[in-house]
Design a protein around this ligand. Structure first.
Ligand code: ADP
Length: 416
């Protein structure tokens, strides 16, 4: 195999025509001309080809980069500029797992020691007999785009923060105006004020969601992870959620492993024996996720039941929220966890929402190295799943005793 991306061919008109007859030259022309960096590494991680755009982004001429280990040339770091450990380094990962990787958070340290934000796609190269022979990386300098994104996020976050205060004041005064002990209003005025109150609450929720979404995008979402036993945590949540479901005439069920208990029957609940599922998360954040999934299940279900479930294995704790509602069309599912995405259906047109809830859920779950996804059959219902890394009971006990030492030992700083 010969790799010549580093050498720029200089075809004249005739030369171009003749070179186009040759497939290899065609690929070379494309690789030399495109603005995206392209690199080919062999299965040992040694660079075998490097196009001019890759040289421009990294500062390494192809003649020097080719033949070197990828670590020396493509010094990748995380978004904070910290060098990747080998397990997190996308290039090391593809050489180990042989699976495609898309990464939009990595940065690169160039040869002159400046940093550039990258959008990177790595694809494995395999022979017909499925033998891994190397990987191709295509990357683009997205420093300017990320800077603009940050400015937009900063604007949204400042604006929504500033707007929450007057909205809270309006909501407060409307509540006072509707309070019999404070004001006297006729029934027509009450009807208008109630509508204004509901709209103000939606507006307040929108600003709150915008603020949380902006924070989650630039890593400012506060999180104080502690050891949480998910079974007990969900049971507590489930009893609060029961009222919202009942109000809409929906049944509610809590399923642990293959066992189920009607959460209205507290005794049945106590009889169920279940393993302890420990995770390391901020309970307030996971409560936000669960509440949002549950509120959606209620909002988008006209009749039937909502099931909260908990299961897992040695490594993973799985929580799910299942409903018997309208379901989600297959073509909408890939977009559901993006910002502002709402399915266009008769129910979403009548039921209020911001389209930010699932985006925030995904950001929170990813904060704890978890995964969130949905499976749905239109007309039959949807199940939203969350997988979180499980920690063993022994590790959980050790962490818990450390946590309680920090609280009782006054010499150690505490977070207020
Ligand atoms: P919203 O504020 O619109 O509820 P979300 O981000 O929470 O925003 O949800 C995005 C969209 O996903 C919703 O508008 C709805 O179309 C769809 N969706 C979410 N949960 C469900 C569900 N349980 N059943 C059917 N559709 C759902």
């Amino acid at each position: 195999m010969a790799f010549g991306w580093g050498k720029r061919s200089k075809p004249g008109d005739n030369a171009l025509a003749s070179s186009l007859e040759n497939e290899k030259n065609k690929s070379e022309i494309i690789l030399n001309a495109i603005a995206d960096g392209a690199v080919l590494v062999d299965s040992r991680g040694v660079i075998q080809a490097f196009n001019p755009a890759a040289s421009k982004i990294t500062g390494w001429p192809a003649s020097e980069a080719i033949g070197l280990d990828h670590h020396s040339v493509l010094t990748l770091t995380n978004e904070k500029g910290e060098p990747y450990a080998d397990v997190d380094n996308p290039l090391t990962q593809i050489l180990k797992d042989h699976k495609e990787i898309k990464n939009n958070t990595a940065m690169i340290k160039t040869r002159s020691n400046t940093s550039a934000a990258l959008s990177l796609i790595l694809s494995p190269l395999v022979t017909k007999d499925n033998i891994f022979i190397g990987a191709v990386g295509v990357f683009r300098d997205v420093t300017a785009e990320r800077g603009e994104e940050k400015q937009r996020a900063d604007f949204i976050s400042t604006a929504s923060h500033e707007m929450r205060t007057p909205v809270a004041a309006i909501e407060g005064y409307l509540a006072l105006a509707m309070n019999d002990k404070v004001s006297h209003i006729d029934s027509k005025a009450r009807e208008y004020l109630e509508k204004a109150h509901i709209s103000t609450q939606h507006l307040g929720q929108l600003f709150q969601d915008l603020l949380t979404a902006a924070k989650s995008e630039d890593g400012r979402l506060t999180s104080h992870p502690v050891v949480v036993e998910v079974g007990g945590f969900i049971e507590e949540l489930a009893s609060d959620m029961r009222f919202a479901a009942e109000k809409k005439g929906l049944q509610m069920e809590y399923v642990i492993g293959s066992q189920s208990s009607n959460i209205l029957d507290a005794k049945a609940e106590q009889r169920v024996l279940r393993p302890f599922y420990y995770v390391l998360v901020d309970p307030d954040r996971i409560r936000e996720v669960m509440t949002n999934l549950f509120d959606n299940a209620v909002k988008y279900t006209e009749a039937g039941k909502i099931t909260l479930g908990l299961t897992g294995d040695d490594n993973v704790v799985q929580i799910f929220v299942r409903d018997s509602g309208e379901g989600i069309p297959a073509e909408d599912i890939p977009h559901l966890f993006q910002k502002f995405y709402r399915v266009d259906s008769s129910i979403t047109r009548t039921v209020g929402g911001t389209g930010l809830g699932l985006f925030i859920c995904r950001k929170i779950v990813e904060l704890y190295q978890g995964r969130i996804w949905v499976e749905s059959t239109p007309g039959q219902g949807s199940t939203f799943y969350i997988n979180l890394p499980r920690i063993s009971s022994e590790a959980a006990m050790q962490m818990k005793s450390k946590e309680s030492n920090q609280i009782v030992n006054p010499s150690l700083p505490t977070t207020l």
